[in-house]
Design a protein around this ligand. Structure first.
Ligand code: HEC
Ligand code: HEC
Ligand code: HEC
Ligand code: HEC
Ligand code: HEC
Ligand code: HEC
Length: 418
């Protein structure tokens, strides 16, 4: 990566799509020959301005949210496509969208990304493939030079003031992730892509190459197929030890079932695992019917005459053949489409505290945690005796809170009287 993408602050150094991340080339403004002003790059459907290099050079600073966002808000081919919790609204979010990155005016903390993604000599904390974002859930009070990547780094494991209901909430933090209660829904400012059907690509829809949906995002694109976008999405919950298992192009798949391209690892009896919220993106994607592996199609043309590229020739077979050859993988010559899932941990867009999930969201028959069967949960599970005992716990906690509240109210009144 080049340095300026993370270190310049004019905002003119944007990703230039057909340049695969390089800035748009400098083109002289015909109206002002010899000036450094950027002009729209000719031949592009949208206007991409070449950066004004003198301004860029003078603006070098520590990375802002927009610097990281140039890539991470637009992953997957556009705004909010990949992540349900990282999109362009996170450049200047209100506190209601994200209590940490929210602007000061809206009452937020105005955190940059690297406030949590602690960076030492360009190693950005938070990588989550085979290694968890952080191995230990320790508070900075124990190690103030450590990474601040986890919620516990700053808040500790008992962030709820003690007494009454707070004690009950603190009891959860060894099984339920902070995110599970504090990010009740993701994609709260704009919709995110939840479904992508590649098998519909190549054709036209109602004679059109691109069809826009009600919220101004495409629901069909000849190049990519059919999409579904959703806003205010309730996450799916899985045990998570911080690592994800991935299917590579060499791993055999079972095309008769949904193929989990990545899967959260973790279990109820692992003390490092928590119940974590995920965005689960589903799709129909091409695979090799004979070798039973996922395939890598060649999408972008290498040059303007390259019609082996799917986005030029619209021929899956040739695109897969060239893509797999480039990747050094065998291809049988027969492809089909298989349903896939891809999970993204939901960890940004922490909502204000008064919007944390209410107890009933989990402790009821309609529990969000219906899929988490390994633990007993009062209110959700039907084991009558234990249920009653559980509810004694819940009711007890609620009564304690009410009494605590009343006592505070009364002592407040007394103080006023004095
Ligand atoms: C992926 C984004 C990214 C890229 C690309 C990048 N940096 Fe950084 N850089 C960072 C972050 C994050 C920090 C730490 C900022 C902080 O702690 O507030 C940093 C810090 C620095 C610092 C301050 C000293 C230090 O190490 O903390 C210098 C100097 C620097 N970068 C120079 C460069 C140069 C030169 C390049 C290109 C070779 C470059 N950076 C590329 C993200 C990036
Ligand atoms: C309040 C702290 C916090 C801030 C601020 C923050 N992050 Fe994160 N981020 C995390 C944590 C915690 C994880 C790891 C979650 C896990 O355990 O897997 C993470 C994970 C990620 C991941 C990988 C997982 C994923 O979501 O796919 C990316 C990419 C990422 N952050 C980018 C960003 C960017 C870009 C910004 C700034 C716009 C940002 N983060 C700001 C806490 C933060
Ligand atoms: C030029 C595009 C670009 C910029 C700018 C950028 N990133 Fe990334 N980032 C990537 C790509 C691509 C990956 C995946 C890399 C890989 O798999 O090795 C990644 C990976 C990550 C991950 C690990 C994700 C995971 O799922 O494990 C984190 C965390 C992250 N970036 C944070 C940041 C932060 C913080 C900044 C700003 C300082 C930043 N990135 C700037 C492109 C970018
Ligand atoms: C780098 C330190 C840091 C990290 C990491 C961090 N927080 Fe915070 N958080 C703060 C600060 C500072 C505040 C504002 C002061 C306060 O309310 O305690 C805050 C406030 C909050 C609030 C109260 C918001 C309100 O309504 O006023 C919640 C809830 C919260 N954080 C949850 C989380 C969760 C969940 C995570 C992990 C995804 C997390 N925090 C990670 C520093 C951090
Ligand atoms: C079982 C759900 C649940 C879990 C798990 C949970 N919280 Fe909370 N949290 C709440 C509720 C409900 C509130 C609001 C009531 C309160 O303030 O006690 C809250 C309030 C907060 C506040 C504001 C406290 C204040 O007094 O201003 C912070 C900060 C916070 N949580 C951080 C965290 C962190 C960090 C974790 C993980 C270690 C976490 N929470 C886990 C439900 C939860
Ligand atoms: C995100 C879902 C979720 C929310 C919200 C939630 N809980 Fe729980 N709760 C659980 C899970 C999961 C368990 C089982 C954990 C275990 O076995 O350690 C549990 C266990 C319990 C238990 C029995 C075990 C114990 O530790 O005493 C009680 C009582 C309880 N919760 C009360 C509450 C109350 C009160 C609230 C609201 C303040 C609440 N819960 C909110 C998920 C949730």
């Amino acid at each position: 990566m080049d340095c300026l993408v993370c270190h310049e602050q004019t905002g003119t150094y944007r990703k230039f799509p057909s340049g695969a991340g390089y800035p748009a080339p400098y083109v002289e403004d015909p109206a002002n020959p010899g000036t450094q002003k950027g002009v729209p790059f000719p031949g592009e459907s949208k206007s991409y301005f070449a950066p004004d290099w003198s301004r860029v050079a003078q603006s070098v600073a520590r990375p802002s949210r927009m610097n990281c966002g140039t890539c991470h808000f637009y992953g997957g081919g556009g705004d909010a496509v990949k992540h349900g919790d990282l999109d362009s609204t996170m450049g200047r979010p209100p506190k209601t969208l994200d209590v940490h990155m929210g602007t000061r005016e809206s009452g937020g903390q105005d955190f940059t990304c690297v406030r949590c993604h602690t960076t030492h000599s360009h190693h950005i904390a938070g990588r989550i493939y085979e290694t968890p974002a952080a191995a230990e859930r320790k508070s900075l009070l124990q190690d103030d030079l450590g990474d601040k990547i986890l919620c516990e780094s700053c808040h500790g494991t008992e962030p709820h003031q003690s007494g009454g209901m707070s004690d009950k909430i603190n009891d959860h933090t060894d099984t339920v992730s902070c995110q599970a209660c504090h990010i009740p829904e993701f994609a709260r400012a704009q919709s995110t892509k939840m479904w992508w059907d590649w098998s519909k690509a190549g054709q036209l829809m109602d004679g059109k190459e691109v069809v826009m949906g009600p919220d101004g995002k495409s629901v069909f694109d000849r190049k990519k197929g059919e999409f579904r976008w959703e806003k205010n999405v309730v996450p799916e919950y899985y045990w998570f030890d911080g690592t994800l298992d991935h299917v590579t192009v060499a791993d055999p798949i079972d095309p008769t079932a949904e193929v989990w391209l990545n899967r959260p690892q973790g279990s109820a009896d692992d003390p490092n695992s928590r119940i974590m919220p995920f965005k689960v993106h589903r799709a129909m994607a091409p695979y090799d019917k004979v070798n039973k592996v996922m395939v890598i199609p060649h999408l972008f043309p290498f040059n303007k005459d390259d019609d082996t590229a799917y986005w030029k020739g619209y021929d899956w077979n040739r695109a897969i053949e060239v893509g797999m050859e480039k990747a050094g993988q065998p291809y049988s010559g027969e492809y089909g489409f298989v349903e896939t899932t891809y999970v993204f941990p939901t960890t940004h867009m922490v909502a204000p505290k008064n919007e944390a999930l209410p107890c009933e969201a989990c402790h009821s028959r309609q529990s969000r945690l219906a899929g988490i069967t390994e633990v007993y949960m009062p209110g959700r599970d039907t084991f009558a005796m234990v249920d009653a005992a559980g509810w004694v716990g819940v009711t007890g906690a609620m009564v304690a809170v009410i009494i605590h509240g009343l006592m505070r109210f009364v002592s407040g009144l007394r103080r006023k009287e004095e």
